[in-house]
Design a protein around this ligand. Structure first.
Ligand code: AMP
Length: 116
């Protein structure tokens, strides 16, 4: 059996986390090392390692995640300005190999170096 990811352990309540949203398909937790005043991670319960590993069978799940982003952003009061980031692969900064969407809000992104 594949080794459990950190996020599977959080989903299974083996490791504590600050849960801001959950339903039958996904869970959303506050990032332990926030990179913005609001920084949460939206994680499917299904342990897809990377975005590139998602298949046609995951179409509905991925759509569900994207529609949850707006709901969660409104709940957290950041709906006017937030970013959604998915790191795919180690060289892109992925450290936990269980697909997750970073939702970052309440930051002046126009001042960022990247500027996109
Ligand atoms: P990534 O680098 O895209 O794989 O993102 C992994 C994220 O998980 C990082 O932003 C970490 O700060 C975050 N993280 C690691 N451990 C925990 C934890 N126990 N609870 C919440 N977030 C975590």
């Amino acid at each position: 059996m594949a080794q459990e990811t950190l996020f599977t352990k959080i989903i299974n309540r083996e490791i504590p986390a600050d849960v801001v949203y959950e339903d039958e398909l996904c869970i959303c937790i506050r990032d332990i090392a926030p990179k913005a005043p609001v920084h949460v991670l939206l994680i499917p319960r299904k342990p897809i390692p990377r975005l590139v590993d998602a298949s046609e069978a995951d179409r509905e799940l991925l759509g569900h995640l994207m529609t949850r982003v707006g709901v969660i952003a409104k709940d957290l009061g950041i709906e006017e300005a937030f970013r959604v980031i998915v790191n795919n692969g180690e060289d892109a900064g992925q450290t936990v190999f269980h697909l997750h969407l970073h939702i970052l809000g309440n930051k002046q992104y126009s001042e960022d170096q990247l500027g996109f």
